[in-house]
Design a protein around this ligand. Structure first.
Ligand code: FES
Ligand code: FES
Length: 155
């Protein structure tokens, strides 16, 4: 048994210690906002926060996540102290800028953007480029950058 803390709740999980965190979050715990893209830490679709840092959950073994504060997109507003039913400012900017197309990559994008803005509230274009290495098959990169700038301008 491994104990995970996800979005503020504790879960006891019966899985192998080296199972990818991604699978447990999706299949066992039902956090389907965490997406599978490449399985090789390359695309970022599976990005969650581990103790506030972005992590590609397809490549994090379960045992490495034990004891960490894990946040998925489902728990993002609450992690920022917002009440149930509200959206995180980055999610609101995503809607305002109409960022998603198919949407598959977008929860990972948002989790990466939130981590960036927490670290660097007013990132330069170069810092955005360096931090946002998530892949989007629909090519939403210009809108992603616009949405990040919107949030930064309000900071
Ligand atoms: S599925 Fe994890 S980085 Fe692509
Ligand atoms: S919005 Fe379709 S993959 Fe990014």
């Amino acid at each position: 048994m491994i104990t995970l803390k996800v979005n503020g709740a504790v879960h006891r999980v019966d899985a192998e210690p080296d199972a990818p965190l991604l699978w447990v979050l999706r299949e066992e715990l039902g956090f389907t906002g965490v997406k599978f893209g490449c399985g090789a830490a390359a695309c970022g679709a599976c990005t969650v926060h581990l103790d506030g840092e972005p992590a590609r959950s397809c490549s994090v073994p379960l045992e490495a996540a034990e004891g960490a504060d894990i946040v998925t997109i489902e728990g993002l507003p609450a992690s920022a102290g917002l009440p149930p039913g509200s959206l995180h400012p980055v999610q609101r900017a995503w809607i305002e800028q109409q960022v998603p197309q198919c949407g598959y990559c977008q929860s990972g994008m948002i989790m990466a953007a939130v981590a960036l803005l927490k670290r660097t509230p007013r990132p330069s274009d170069v810092e955005i480029e360096a931090a946002m290495t998530n892949l989007c098959r629909c090519g939403t990169y210009p809108r992603v950058r616009r949405a990040i700038r919107k949030v930064a301008d309000r900071a």
